[in-house]
Design a protein around this ligand. Sequence first.
Ligand code: THU
Length: 143
Amino acid sequence: MEREQAKELIRAAFRARTFAYTPYSHFKVGAALLAKDGRVFTGCNIENAGYTPTNCAERTALFKAVSEGVTEFSAIAIVGSLEGKTNTLITSPCGVCRQALFEFTGPALEVLLAKSETDYIETTLGDLLPYGFGPKNLEITPK
Ligand code: THU
């Protein structure tokens, strides 16, 4: 992805991170999911006293988009760090989020794992989830 576009998507992820609800881990994550139509859906992690209902930033962004009828995506930017700390490590999506994204994007989704707007790794969902299980596996007659 072109640098200016990456910067903009990462900036949106940082903005979303400010809304993270993290009274338990204090680890704040923001994600910005770029739809093929150019719209950007953002998400933050939302924790819960019951712990298990916690939703990651990536799935918040994905579910916001899908629930508004948008199901085609080209890229996602992800940023995460402890509250009040700057990013020293990249935050890579958890296995559940990789699987959730794979359902809609397959391996082609571009993934930006960012420490800052200019310091990021660009990879793909296929690299993060090789041999992913997806909708094609459930087709009676595979295409
Ligand atoms: N988390 C995310 O939102 N996305 C990731 O990619 C990794 C982990 C959240 C879940 C939990 O609220 C906190 O980070 C610590 O695991």
